[in-house]
Design a protein around this ligand. Structure first.
Ligand SMILES: Nc1ncnc2c1ncn2[C@@H]1O[C@H](COP(=O)(O)OP(=O)(O)O)[C@@H](O)[C@H]1O
Ligand SMILES: [Mg+2]
Length: 512
């Protein structure tokens, strides 16, 4: 096979003025960027920024509405991935596309069969070529392994090999680290370094800034569909990159002025939850949360936090007393507790917070099915619920093409904003926020913190459970540590460090 002579000063890929519209969304707007030969070029942006769309355009899976693509200096029009492959571009998708029950060899050969005499597949030649590619790039792949026996990191290397096998010199990797554990990320980065050393060009998509800073030679930031900056890693910090991604100065979770009043909104006394075996999972917990106060609970996961929350919500049998304002609600069912003004951001938004297969406006009704604007008399008020969903989408900046799409089509951060908007409606007096920003990107995290702070300033009492110690320390007015179901320490969020809090959570210094 002959290789075209490529002038290394010409960018491998240039995109200019790329625009792509979908019904109701402009996914890419006037995007321009240049990727140098032999670089790892990172493209970063929040969920929904338009990264995958841009890459699908470069890989011929989608046609741009406007703009130009140049590969090695030559204008290119791709009608299909086949055209992109012919131009030496290959893509590894976010979700692997391998057939589990076939071998590596069969997977690699599928769709690009080496023909002998135009008929039989020449597996012998294919096997040789796979071994040669695997060896020269240090991929460590056995062509005869069955894909289902491979771990995630190895499958990913098979995908990369498959693309190299087809002759790619420009590799697109769409969020390749999303599925990897840390040591696999290191291995992947080592592979990428070998690939660029051998002259390949890599376009690496991510929203994890530390990774990008460690592996990339150049970085382009995309925000809301358009390119906002191209930088080199040595000139930026993770924080500056995050600010470019989000488009504003990054807020910190700090709350500064106290808004704590002396009116107790929720009071818990002797709250105890037993396991089926009779062990105390939550053990005689006492606390008060006042209006305008955030009470944070720090603890290693599995120390009773989830059960404490479920007991307060009435989802789990418990002994002891729970008072909401002047009412003893200990014996009330969950729905009545919600109606009395308890909002609930659950730990697992997929299992407890949303119906993924239902449209946003139906999700607005969940847990609020007895209250206005969702009902009129005995009937579900469809137009009331729809109108209020639209309000939440606007007020909480839920990025979605509309309220009729299924919740599953939103990114995690946007799903969470929808839940928070729903739980804040009807003016709750008390809110349980369980890991409110877990798994959401920095922009959504900042927005969620803003909403919590604003609600607290308006007099909401909040119980905050989080594994993010900066979030706990920053947002809490009062901070307690839970260990084996018991509150074992009160710490001052104004002067505790995450390290001190972490050691309190593991019981270090417990004897003191
Ligand atoms: N095939 C499609 N049809 C309609 N909207 C789409 C389609 N693909 C992507 N979008 C929308 O385009 C925007 C950008 O999505 P995407 O490129 O997947 O972002 P990213 O990869 O940065 O998370 C989102 O609002 C998404 O909902
Ligand atoms: Mg994507």
């Amino acid at each position: 096979m002959e290789e075209a002579v490529i002038n290394t000063s010409t960018p491998a890929v240039e995109l200019e003025g790329i625009t792509k519209r979908f019904p109701g969304v402009v996914a890419n707007r006037d995007i321009s960027l240049a990727v140098n030969q032999g670089h790892v070029h990172a493209i970063v942006g929040e969920n929904g920024a338009g990264k995958s769309t841009l890459m699908k355009i470069l890989y011929g899976m989608q046609r741009p509405d406007e703009g130009e693509i140049r590969v090695n200096g030559k204008a290119a029009t791709f009608r299909s991935p086949g055209d992109a492959i012919a131009a030496s571009i290959g893509m590894v998708h976010q979700h692997f596309m391998l057939a589990d029950n076939l071998t590596v060899l069969e997977n690699v050969v599928l769709g690009s069969e080496p023909r002998k005499g135009g008929i039989a597949l020449d597996f012998g030649a294919a096997r040789k070529k796979i071994i040669q590619i695997s060896d020269s790039y240090g991929l460590g792949i056995d062509p005869d392994a069955t894909v289902e026996d491979l771990g995630v990191g190895a499958r990913q290397r098979v995908e990369i090999l498959k693309v190299l096998y087809r002759g790619a010199r420009i590799l697109i990797l769409d969020e390749p680290t999303a599925v990897l554990v840390p040591h696999e990320v290191e291995e992947l980065f080592a592979n990428l370094r070998v690939l660029v050393r051998e002259g390949l060009t890599i376009i690496f998509i991510s929203h994890k800034l530390d990774e990008v800073l460690s592996v990339a030679d150049a970085i382009t930031v995309i925000r809301r569909g358009t390119t906002v900056a191209s930088v080199v890693p040595k000139d930026v910090t993770a924080r500056q990159l995050a600010e470019l991604m989000v488009g504003s100065e990054l807020p910190s979770p700090e709350t500064r002025e106290s808004t704590v009043t002396d009116v107790v909104a929720l009071s818990v006394r002797g709250l105890t939850v037993h396991s089926p075996e009779g062990r105390r999972i939550v053990d005689a917990v006492d606390f008060d949360i006042r209006k305008g106060e955030v009470l944070g609970i720090a603890g290693v996961e599995g120390n009773g936090q989830a059960e404490l929350v479920e007991a307060i919500m009435g989802m789990r049998a418990a002994d002891g007393e729970i008072r909401l304002g002047e009412h003893d609600i200990s014996a009330w069912p969950t729905l009545r507790r919600r109606e009395a003004g308890i909002g609930y951001i659950p730990e697992d938004r997929h299992r407890q917070g949303l119906l993924l297969e239902a449209p946003l406006w139906e999700n607005r009704i969940l847990g609020h099915q007895t209250r206005r604007p969702n009902v009129r008399g005995f009937w579900i008020n469809r137009s009331g619920a729809r109108k209020d969903t639209q309000r939440i989408v606007e007020e909480y900046d839920v990025r979605t093409p509309g309220i009729d799409v299924d919740a599953s089509s939103l990114s995690g951060g946007n799903q969470q904003k929808l839940i928070i908007g729903r739980e804040m409606s009807g003016n709750p007096v008390f809110l349980i926020a369980s890991h409110p920003t877990r798994g959401v990107d920095v922009g959504a995290q900042a927005a969620i913190w803003d909403h919590l702070r604003a609600a607290r300033a308006a007099g909401l009492a909040v119980l905050l459970i989080s594994a993010d110690l900066d979030e706990l320390i920053g947002l809490s007015d009062t901070l307690k540590v839970i260990l084996r179901g018991r509150i074992v320490a009160d710490v001052n969020p104004l002067n505790v460090t995450p390290e001190q809090l972490g050691s309190a959570m593991t019981g270090a210094g417990e004897a003191a």
